[in-house]
Write a protein that binds this ligand. Structure first.
Ligand SMILES: Nc1ncnc2c1ncn2[C@@H]1O[C@H](COP(=O)(O)OP(=O)(O)O)[C@@H](O)[C@H]1O
Ligand SMILES: [Mg+2]
Length: 318
């Protein structure tokens, strides 16, 4: 059994009589101890997918359809109270902006303690001991000193380590990391990636690693899903993807990496731009940019086709 099974997830925004389908028919699974990379350009629905799994979508957004089964439980039918136990307890979350996710007026150690005490039956003293251990685990060598510091006394990378500490404090079976290194410089980014990799390797934890940077997933993830305009266009193992990606969009992404190695704008090398979700083309959403587009691609959206074990593609070429 998979740890997480997401099936035909649809999340839309309803405003001024318009419907924006931010997540459209997305399905994927994450198995135990696996890191799944969710990759795509800005605005393609990665964060909304994560928020939908956590049931944190805010109005005017709403989950319209789909199934999210985690540890055998159908999350979309749980009560809010049951869901609160899962969030931060069984599923940890790490977000992009470490400063805004921490409370500036509390010591960082207390903030991890707080997270621990919400979900585990521990008193303040016990919690403190566990937080000191956690601080060591996320790479601080003076945990007692760190415990008493405030967020503004830490660097961006150190703050992200604190948030990672909060995310893993209750021993979750899944961590969702949404672009956790985007706000960091390159050197700090690779330290944080190494830390996440160590944490996954040293435990039975699974991770959904969300990024716009395909290159990071190569080292870090076992499987990836490529999102575009709210859809999942391809799912594949990282090994097969980097050898021979299936979808034309994936091929474009890969060649733009090899063409512009080291350049931050690597994802923009495909001609044209991502369509706005409110003005999607008919047919396949990628067809206006696709070098292989056929007449049928302009007419009707392709369905998802299974190509092999763990390989899916949404494209008429297959
Ligand atoms: N508060 C909102 N109101 C209306 N539409 C939104 C809102 N938040 C997100 N969206 C829509 O959802 C799409 C996906 O957003 P998001 O999941 O944040 O993208 P990503 O994380 O891939 O950058 C956006 O392109 C936008 O059209
Ligand atoms: Mg996002």
């Amino acid at each position: 059994m998979q740890l997480l099974d997401v099936t035909d997830l649809n999340t839309s925004f309803f405003a001024d009589g318009n419907v924006i389908r931010a997540v459209d028919g997305v399905s994927f699974s994450v198995s135990k101890s696996e890191t799944f990379g969710l990759v795509g350009e800005s605005g393609c629905g990665k964060t909304m997918t994560a928020l939908s799994v956590m049931r944190l979508v805010q109005p005017p957004g709403r989950i319209v359809k789909g199934q999210v089964v985690f540890e055998g439980k159908d999350l979309l039918s749980l009560s809010e109270r049951e869901m609160e136990k899962i969030r931060g307890g069984r599923i940890g979350m790490i977000f992009q902006e470490p400063m805004s996710a921490l409370n500036p007026v509390f010591r960082v150690g207390e903030q991890i303690s707080e997270a621990l005490m919400i979900h585990k039956d521990v008193d303040k003293k016990e919690a403190r001991g566990r937080v000191i251990e956690l601080l060591k685990q996320v790479g601080f060598d003076e945990p007692e000193k760190r415990y008493t510091q405030y967020p503004h006394q830490l660097s961006g990378g150190q703050r992200q380590r604190i948030l990672i500490g909060i995310a893993i404090s209750c021993g979750p079976s899944l961590v969702i990391a949404d672009e956790p290194t985007t706000a960091l410089d390159v050197a700090t980014e690779s330290q944080i990636i190494n830390l996440l990799q160590d944490l996954v390797n040293d435990s039975a934890m699974s991770m959904i690693f969300i990024t716009h940077n395909l290159n990071i997933t190569r080292k870090f993830c076992r499987r990836i899903g490529i999102m575009y305009a709210g859809r999942m266009l391809e799912q594949n193992s990282v090994d097969d993807f980097f050898k021979e990606p299936l979808h034309p969009y994936s091929k474009g992404l890969l060649s733009s990496i090899y063409g512009l190695m080291g350049d931050q704008k690597r994802l923009t090398a495909i001609p044209g731009s991502v369509p706005k979700l409110a003005e999607l083309p008919q047919g396949c959403t990628f067809h206006p940019r696709c070098p292989y587009a056929m007449p049928v691609c302009r007419e009707e959206e392709p369905i998802i086709k299974e190509m092999g074990k763990g390989q899916w593609v949404r494209c008429y070429l297959y």
